[in-house]
Ligand binder design. Sequence first.
Ligand code: MN
Length: 137
Amino acid sequence: MTGAGTTEIGTATILLVEDNQDNQAIYTAMLRHVGYTVLQALDGEEGVRLAREHLPALIIMDISMPILDGYDAMRLLKADAATAHIPIIALTAHAMASDRQKASDAGCSSYLSKPAEPRAVVAEVGRVLRCPAGTAP
Ligand code: MN
């Protein structure tokens, strides 16, 4: 893994909800490399369960997933007072404005278009974590 030297060193717990195992592996490796603790979920239902159980500092949420997709998972988390404050970075498959609007409506703090470079994911995590709650554009 190269290029981590310029990224923010973090120690926060990040929940990565992503059904693609390759993306899970590479994002997890990159986030752990710069110091974050990473929890992994492979579908939206598991993601909601882990979020409620561990109350991570931030959630990275894929949109297209089995059992419960990212939109519905975000809506559940935002409707629950225990998890509503947790910032969510949505991973949207398309850069289309409608996809971004739908992700924003479902409750994400920000989004990254897939394929997202691991370094871009780490940079966005650092940026959102530095924002006061709820103010990330
Ligand atoms: Mn997916």
